[in-house]
Design a protein around this ligand. Sequence first.
Ligand code: GLN
Length: 203
Amino acid sequence: MKIGVLALQGDVREHIQSLSDCGVDARAVKTKGEIQDISALVIPGGESTTIAKLARAFDLMDLIKDRIKSGMPTYGSCAGMILLSDNVEDAIEGQETFGGIDMTVRRNAFGRQVDSFETELKFKGITDHPVRAVFIRAPWVESVGPSVEVLAQISDQDGNSRPVAVRSNNLLATSFHPELTGDNRVHRFFVEDICRQLTGLKG
Ligand code: GLN
């Protein structure tokens, strides 16, 4: 199975490594032809506004939107989560997303003083031990529609539970960066439970 990592901006190499560790053919993609040729996509962490602008500039926006809508398994981490969200709070003016997940995320939600932090999270579907989660200027999920399943949550400074990992059919999104920890269980969950289940592809 060929999984592409969208290579416009962000931590592309780390996702390719995590996916390769799961035994799939992972490659950087940034042209229409390359995106047409893959069976699943990962949108890396980085800067959602930049990735969206580049996707528009290189004429990839509508192709990616269409592929997501027609069921291509897609996983977004951090900026990638923002790009998979139908609605964004604290977006810059005119910020576009690919969309697909019926939810609202808030960019840079954790505030300045805790711009970046790490913690352990319970993740539904990954049962052996908690997932080490690295948050870097991360979004959280403000609200979700009925098609969205929350897989992990965290308490904010005021003690409110904030979803930080969600799934909606073919789409997976995390506020945090599993690609930076060497623990590839979130990528394995994407490959095994979403890509292979939905596409029936082996390899
Ligand atoms: N704050 C960034 C954005 O809005 C996301 C940060 C990240 O991906 N580490 O896109």
